[in-house]
Design a protein around this ligand. Sequence first.
Ligand SMILES: [Zn+2]
Length: 74
Amino acid sequence: MSNRVVEGRMVTPERLAELVEGERPMEATQIEDADDPCPDCGGNVISVGYMPSVTAFVTGYKCQDCSWSDREEQ
Ligand SMILES: [Zn+2]
């Protein structure tokens, strides 16, 4: 299962990365559950790894219930 519901909409890994990054990534990995709940609403947080460019790898985090997101460059 790679698609998940975020803020009421089904998203693919690429779309989830786009929500975090603001633009579509070159590539994205599977969506996974993050360890910690959302700091804003306590909702479930999911994560996705993606490449915004050929030389960068980012892990993006997004709450499934509100607009909170975060990113972490690897
Ligand atoms: Zn939240």
